[in-house]
Design a protein around this ligand. Structure first.
Ligand SMILES: [Zn+2]
Ligand SMILES: [Zn+2]
Length: 147
Protein backbone atom coordinates (compact mmCIF):
# COMPACT_ATOMS: atom_id res chain seq x y z
CA UNK A 1 0.00 0.00 0.00
CA UNK A 2 1.42 3.30 -1.02
CA UNK A 3 1.10 6.62 0.65
CA UNK A 4 -0.73 9.18 -1.36
CA UNK A 5 1.47 12.12 -2.17
CA UNK A 6 1.67 14.44 0.75
CA UNK A 7 -0.20 17.63 0.08
CA UNK A 8 -2.27 19.53 2.56
CA UNK A 9 -5.85 18.41 2.38
CA UNK A 10 -8.82 19.99 4.09
CA UNK A 11 -12.04 18.38 5.22
CA UNK A 12 -15.30 19.39 6.82
CA UNK A 13 -18.67 17.96 7.76
CA UNK A 14 -21.96 19.08 6.25
CA UNK A 15 -22.75 21.66 8.94
CA UNK A 16 -19.21 22.97 9.27
CA UNK A 17 -18.97 22.21 12.98
CA UNK A 18 -15.95 20.08 12.15
CA UNK A 19 -13.16 21.41 9.96
CA UNK A 20 -9.64 20.08 9.71
CA UNK A 21 -6.39 20.16 7.76
CA UNK A 22 -4.12 17.19 7.17
CA UNK A 23 -0.51 18.10 6.48
CA UNK A 24 1.13 14.69 6.13
CA UNK A 25 0.88 11.65 3.87
CA UNK A 26 -2.46 9.90 3.60
CA UNK A 27 -3.07 6.21 3.02
CA UNK A 28 -5.11 4.84 0.15
CA UNK A 29 -8.81 4.48 0.89
CA UNK A 30 -10.11 1.21 2.36
CA UNK A 31 -13.76 0.22 2.26
CA UNK A 32 -14.90 -1.66 5.37
CA UNK A 33 -18.23 -3.43 5.31
CA UNK A 34 -18.09 -4.84 8.85
CA UNK A 35 -21.26 -4.61 10.89
CA UNK A 36 -19.88 -1.89 13.14
CA UNK A 37 -18.87 0.31 10.21
CA UNK A 38 -22.25 -0.33 8.55
CA UNK A 39 -24.17 0.66 11.64
CA UNK A 40 -21.98 3.66 12.43
CA UNK A 41 -22.06 5.17 8.95
CA UNK A 42 -25.32 3.94 7.47
CA UNK A 43 -23.50 2.30 4.55
CA UNK A 44 -19.85 1.33 4.81
CA UNK A 45 -16.80 3.22 5.88
CA UNK A 46 -14.53 4.47 3.09
CA UNK A 47 -11.53 5.82 4.85
CA UNK A 48 -8.04 7.04 4.22
CA UNK A 49 -5.74 7.44 7.20
CA UNK A 50 -3.26 9.95 8.54
CA UNK A 51 -0.97 10.32 11.52
CA UNK A 52 -2.67 12.05 14.42
CA UNK A 53 0.16 14.61 14.58
CA UNK A 54 -0.64 15.59 10.99
CA UNK A 55 -4.35 16.17 11.65
CA UNK A 56 -5.10 19.73 12.70
CA UNK A 57 -8.62 20.40 13.95
CA UNK A 58 -9.60 23.97 13.05
CA UNK A 59 -13.13 23.48 14.34
CA UNK A 60 -14.16 20.56 16.48
CA UNK A 61 -16.90 21.77 18.79
CA UNK A 62 -19.28 19.14 17.44
CA UNK A 63 -16.79 16.25 17.16
CA UNK A 64 -18.03 13.39 19.32
CA UNK A 65 -16.50 9.96 19.81
CA UNK A 66 -18.56 6.79 20.07
CA UNK A 67 -17.07 3.62 21.57
CA UNK A 68 -18.86 0.37 20.59
CA UNK A 69 -19.89 -1.62 23.64
CA UNK A 70 -18.21 -4.78 22.33
CA UNK A 71 -14.84 -3.05 21.95
CA UNK A 72 -14.43 0.18 23.93
CA UNK A 73 -10.93 0.65 22.47
CA UNK A 74 -12.51 1.37 19.10
CA UNK A 75 -13.71 4.91 18.51
CA UNK A 76 -15.85 6.38 15.74
CA UNK A 77 -15.64 10.17 15.47
CA UNK A 78 -18.70 11.92 14.13
CA UNK A 79 -20.34 15.33 14.08
CA UNK A 80 -23.00 15.55 16.77
CA UNK A 81 -24.91 18.21 14.80
CA UNK A 82 -25.14 16.90 11.23
CA UNK A 83 -24.21 13.28 11.92
CA UNK A 84 -21.34 13.07 9.46
CA UNK A 85 -18.94 10.15 9.96
CA UNK A 86 -15.48 11.66 10.26
CA UNK A 87 -12.90 9.44 11.90
CA UNK A 88 -12.16 5.97 13.23
CA UNK A 89 -9.38 4.88 15.49
CA UNK A 90 -8.36 2.23 17.98
CA UNK A 91 -6.67 2.79 21.28
CA UNK A 92 -2.92 2.75 20.87
CA UNK A 93 -2.83 3.67 17.20
CA UNK A 94 -0.94 6.82 16.23
CA UNK A 95 -3.26 7.28 13.26
CA UNK A 96 -6.88 8.15 12.66
CA UNK A 97 -8.81 6.73 9.77
CA UNK A 98 -10.28 9.67 7.88
CA UNK A 99 -13.63 9.21 6.16
CA UNK A 100 -12.84 10.15 2.58
CA UNK A 101 -16.21 11.74 1.87
CA UNK A 102 -15.41 14.70 4.11
CA UNK A 103 -12.30 15.65 2.18
CA UNK A 104 -12.69 18.71 -0.02
CA UNK A 105 -10.22 17.44 -2.62
CA UNK A 106 -9.62 13.74 -3.21
CA UNK A 107 -7.49 14.11 -6.32
CA UNK A 108 -5.02 11.27 -6.68
CA UNK A 109 -6.68 9.10 -4.05
CA UNK A 110 -7.73 5.54 -4.88
CA UNK A 111 -9.63 2.76 -3.15
CA UNK A 112 -7.11 0.00 -2.46
CA UNK A 113 -8.99 -2.76 -0.64
CA UNK A 114 -12.46 -3.95 0.32
CA UNK A 115 -12.75 -5.44 3.79
CA UNK A 116 -15.45 -7.60 5.39
CA UNK A 117 -17.27 -8.36 2.16
CA UNK A 118 -18.80 -11.31 4.03
CA UNK A 119 -21.06 -8.85 5.84
CA UNK A 120 -21.57 -6.31 3.06
CA UNK A 121 -25.18 -5.47 2.26
CA UNK A 122 -26.57 -7.39 -0.70
CA UNK A 123 -27.24 -4.09 -2.43
CA UNK A 124 -23.54 -3.17 -2.40
CA UNK A 125 -21.81 -3.27 -5.76
CA UNK A 126 -18.37 -4.63 -4.93
CA UNK A 127 -15.64 -3.66 -7.36
CA UNK A 128 -14.20 -6.59 -9.32
CA UNK A 129 -10.83 -4.91 -9.76
CA UNK A 130 -10.10 -4.07 -6.12
CA UNK A 131 -8.72 -6.73 -3.74
CA UNK A 132 -11.49 -7.98 -1.49
CA UNK A 133 -11.27 -9.82 1.83
CA UNK A 134 -13.92 -11.92 3.57
CA UNK A 135 -12.92 -10.18 6.79
CA UNK A 136 -9.72 -8.19 6.77
CA UNK A 137 -6.09 -8.77 5.84
CA UNK A 138 -4.14 -10.53 8.54
CA UNK A 139 -7.17 -12.05 10.20
CA UNK A 140 -7.46 -15.78 10.71
CA UNK A 141 -10.19 -16.06 8.11
CA UNK A 142 -9.05 -16.81 4.61
CA UNK A 143 -8.71 -13.80 2.37
CA UNK A 144 -10.73 -13.85 -0.79
CA UNK A 145 -8.80 -13.08 -3.94
CA UNK A 146 -10.15 -10.40 -6.23
CA UNK A 147 -12.82 -12.00 -8.39
ZN1 LIG B 1 -21.51 18.65 11.14
ZN1 LIG C 1 -15.31 -1.88 9.78
Amino acid sequence: MTDTTSTERTGSCLCGGLRYRITGPMRDVLDCHCIRCRKATGHHIAASSARIVDIHLDAAATLTWFHPHDDPNVAYGFCSTCGASAFWTHGGLDTWSVCAGLLDDTSGMVTAEQWWISTAGEYVHLADDIPAFETQPGSSAEAAPPS
